[in-house]
Design a protein around this ligand. Sequence first.
Ligand SMILES: Cc1cc2nc3c(=O)[nH]c(=O)nc-3n(C[C@H](O)[C@H](O)[C@H](O)COP(=O)(O)OP(=O)(O)OC[C@H]3O[C@@H](n4cnc5c(N)ncnc54)[C@H](O)[C@@H]3O)c2cc1C
Length: 438
Amino acid sequence: MKIGIIGGGIMGVCLGYYLSKQGTTVEIFEASPTVGGLAGSTSLADGTKVDRFYHAILSSDSHLSGLCSELGIVDQFRFKETRMGFFYRGRIHSMNNVVEFLRFPPLGWIDRFRLGLTVLYAQFISDWHKLESISVEKWLLALSGKGTYENIWLPMLKAKFDGGFENTPATYIWSRLVRMKSTRKGANQKEQAGHLIGGYMTLVQALANQIEANGGRIYLQKPVSKVVIENGCATGIMTKDEFHSFDLIVSTLQPPVFQRMLPDAPSDYRDLLGQTQYLGIVCPLLVLDRPLSGYWTINLTDDSLPFTGIIETTSYIDPKYVGGHHLIYLPKYTAPNSHYQKYSDDEIKELWLKHLETMFPQFQRSWIRFFNVYRERYVEPLHTLNGTHLIPPIESPVGNLYLASNAQIYPALTNGESISRKAQEVAELIINKYSISK
Ligand SMILES: Cc1cc2nc3c(=O)[nH]c(=O)nc-3n(C[C@H](O)[C@H](O)[C@H](O)COP(=O)(O)OP(=O)(O)OC[C@H]3O[C@@H](n4cnc5c(N)ncnc54)[C@H](O)[C@@H]3O)c2cc1C
């Protein structure tokens, strides 16, 4: 069986790996010059390769580590104890152990207790379906109380959603609380973050090599323009003016992007694909000659700041793996029509640095080695209250046409762990449906 895969991000290469392992002939079509998509790397001006966007792997990412073992790259994992802080009224407050939590100045005793209760309560919810119809605001207010909500959650939610989040279900915060808690081990609840030497690209490259070893091909700079549909079945794809024929096609693109290449699909399916909303991102990478704060993540509880958080990945990546640099990402998640996406790189740089200087008075511009701005429009799917019926299915109504997209990952967060799981699920569905055996 000859299978065409559209998109060479993690989903595309994981899917290509699982399908080619079963003896199918896989061809992946990727629009950009490299595989990896959002998890790909970029070259700094001195040639050092670093993650375009910050990526951490957690010790609880069991599917991902199983995949890395299978590929023989598990020895490339490095984990380190990390710290998390909150920026509140001009100061960074460390929040890494019970003592710090009990002292956490922004909140009074009762609010602190209720915040702790919210995190613990989330760990005991096994049936997330009941959170589907409760808004994140209502759920947090009920559990954490007004003080914690207004001082901590509200500014963080406003920053994350670049404005409104009225239609966001409580599953949004529940899945985050469960994932973050999973990094904290033992009685002291110390947090750990990890990476592969070389970033996610080490995994992506290992998968790409294995696909080719299994007889598959990966075409770069070959954007797919159209899926050809004849008599209700997908028969191939168009790239520029070439036709490529396939027995089966799987798109791994974000549904609204996939929709554009389906002019001949049923209109209700096209409408469904078009309804999925995504947050975008504007993400400057500040490369310094020294650490900025030593915290992995600083959560911001001040929504006048233009960025959503401060992520210093060299708090867990030894700088020797990234050219001796210190990497600080200053992301701004953007709503579909956000004005931030319209700012030039120079405007972003000026605005971001001005705010950073007020947060870190000791910070000097002479510490900066590089300041690069990366942007993407389709980054994180936005799920809505009671909205599971809006998630497009894996099997499309067009024969031999499938969708394996990060929009179908819910309520789990979209990351290497959940994407590699989804890719395996889709590969198994196809293998079973077509009785493919090696
Ligand atoms: C700021 C940020 C931080 C993150 N942090 C983490 C983290 O800490 N840990 C973690 O595990 N995950 C993290 N993630 C999430 C992770 O990067 C993504 O979930 C994952 O990379 C998505 O993979 P994907 O294959 O679904 O989509 P994508 O990476 O978007 O892949 C889609 C691919 O399709 C290609 N394409 C688009 N149009 C066409 C076309 N017409 N024809 C052919 N190809 C096309 C694109 O070029 C792209 O390569 C983060 C993401 C971001 C943005």
